[in-house]
Design a protein around this ligand. Structure first.
Ligand SMILES: [Zn+2]
Length: 82
């Protein structure tokens, strides 16, 4: 499996969107582009028991994915944002 998040000296160095393969902008160890990081540990009730799935999506791919939803994703204003 190819790692979509690469680290250099403990600092985030590279993030690639799993969907389109686009390299996202990382500067000084911080992702400078809209992206979503997904990590899910499947449990006993799934057919993937014990597997951890991880992927990153750029904002465009995220928008494309959620536009397929029958019921839109919940969107809430983040009031803790500085
Ligand atoms: Zn993408």
């Amino acid at each position: 499996m190819r790692k979509m998040r690469k680290y250099k000296g403990g600092q985030l160095d590279c993030v690639i969107c799993n969907c389109c393969g686009k390299k996202l902008v990382v500067k000084d160890g911080i992702l400078r582009e809209g992206a979503v990081s997904f990590e899910h540990c499947w449990d006993y009730f799934s057919e993937k028991d014990g597997e951890i799935h991880r992927f990153d999506l750029c904002e465009e791919c995220y928008d494309a994915v959620i536009s397929q939803f029958a019921i839109p994703a919940e969107v809430e204003e983040n009031t803790e944002l500085l």
